[in-house]
Design a protein around this ligand. Structure first.
Ligand code: GTP
Ligand code: MG
Length: 151
């Protein structure tokens, strides 16, 4: 099973889309391992988007992602990295298909409601950046979901 980092961005939180997004991932049969509403500082944001540090929109991107609370989550499931990117949809609103989260809810390239890791390596790095190694290990593979819900 794979794990991925999914984040409702500040625009999605402000628009009340957290529940809608959780619902879609639950309906797909994925398992929520961790979640937290948090406002992140520029250091965490810059590390998260480090692959874009030389892009002209990097400053704007960091301003946006630190502009209000995000809802950070760790989800687990079969091929979840690839499947969640399909559920999220393309970055550009003109290309995001109806039925995808961005296709249904996003109208700009910059403020596009949701982030999802694009590879195993970035998932691992992003989960650690937002939740740290300790919290990540709390949701261990042999720790059953039924037990987790009753805690
Ligand atoms: P993420 O899941 O957020 O990483 O989106 P993505 O993988 O679909 O797109 P990418 O990694 O290429 O870009 C990261 C984020 O930068 C996008 O989701 C947008 O929020 C933002 N972004 C991309 N292009 C632009 C742009 O031209 N201007 C601005 N202001 N932001 C942009
Ligand atoms: Mg990306």
């Amino acid at each position: 099973l794979q794990r991925t980092f999914i984040m409702v961005k500040p625009d999605g939180v402000k628009r009340g889309l957290i529940g809608e997004i959780i619902k879609r991932f639950e309906q797909k049969g994925f398992t929520l391992l961790n979640a937290e509403l948090m406002t992140i500082n520029r250091t965490k944001a810059e590390y998260h988007y480090t692959e874009h540090k030389d892009k002209p929109f990097f400053g704007e991107l960091v301003d946006f992602i630190t502009s209000g609370p995000v809802f950070a989550m760790v989800w687990e499931g079969e091929n979840i990295i690839e499947v969640s990117r399909l559920m999220i949809g393309k970055t550009s609103p003109a290309e995001a298909a109806p039925g995808t989260i961005r296709g249904d809810f996003a109208n700009t390239k910059a403020e596009n409601v949701i982030h999802g890791s694009d590879s195993l390596l970035s998932a691992e790095r992003e989960i650690e950046n937002f939740f740290g190694l300790l919290k990540r290990n709390i949701a261990d593979d042999d720790f059953r979901y039924e037990d987790r819900q009753s805690m």
